[in-house]
Design a protein around this ligand. Structure first.
Ligand SMILES: Cc1cc2nc3c(=O)[nH]c(=O)nc-3n(C[C@H](O)[C@H](O)[C@H](O)COP(=O)(O)O)c2cc1C
Length: 198
């Protein structure tokens, strides 16, 4: 049987930061359960923000930019499992992660009535995902909308989000590496993602 492919996407601009560490642990868990994994750090890609030209509605693909997304669309399509992680920035996700999500717009099919009905080209394929965010403040409210900002667009695209992981209380670069409990939780979530495909 072929291995399930899991794509992990990190949205932190900070190298070796807390998001990177959590993503690595989730991917390790997925590998331990037999998945093929790939890690993408958005800070290494140049991704324009969506300008709302709506041309992809007809073309089915982005006609505006040749940029880092050209390298990512095929990876997304080939990976039944997706992990999206972002540090919390102002109660939300980071700008690179938001641009990435907005640039998934070509995956929608829209009708011509208003408000337009939509469906996703990625739907009904058994796609599953994990989302996570990490923030400095201790209280869960301080993570704001970050998890929903990751989860809701993925659900609209046809993913079943099997786990949402909020991590609070970490500010310094890499500080979360000392939290064995959180790292274990991340590892287990990665395992669970793969087990959900069996
Ligand atoms: C621009 C900016 C905005 C931030 N906004 C929040 C916030 O709303 N709530 C919070 O608790 N932490 C906030 N933080 C702190 C980060 O979420 C925290 O340091 C996180 O661990 C960074 O993850 P990273 O190491 O993966 O980049 C913010 C940090 C920056 C740079």
């Amino acid at each position: 049987m072929s291995k399930v492919k899991i794509l992990g996407i990190g949205g932190s601009p900070r190298k070796n930061g807390n998001t990177d560490i959590l993503l690595d642990n989730i991917l390790k868990g997925a590998e331990s359960a037999g998945a093929d994994t790939k890690k993408i750090l958005l800070r290494n890609y140049s991704i324009e923000f969506c300008i709302g030209c709506e041309a992809c509605r007809k073309a089915g693909t982005c006609t505006q930019f040749n940029d880092g997304m050209d390298l990512l669309y095929s990876e997304i399509e080939a990976s039944k499992g997706l992990i999206l992680g972002s540090p919390t920035y102002n109660y939300n996700i980071t700008s690179p992660m938001k641009s990435f999500i907005d640039r998934l717009y070509p995956y929608y099919n829209f009708t011509n009535d208003h408000p337009r009905q939509y469906s996703s080209k990625l739907a009904d394929q058994g796609r599953k995902a994990i989302v996570f965010s990490i923030c400095e403040q201790l209280e869960i409210e301080e993570i704001g909308f970050a998890l929903e900002a990751l989860e809701m667009p993925l659900e609209a695209l046809g993913y079943e989000v099997i786990e949402k992981i909020p991590v609070t209380g970490y500010f310094e670069r890499g500080a979360v590496s000392k939290d064995d409990e959180v790292l274990k939780k991340a590892f287990e979530a990665g395992k669970k993602l793969v087990e959900n495909f069996r």
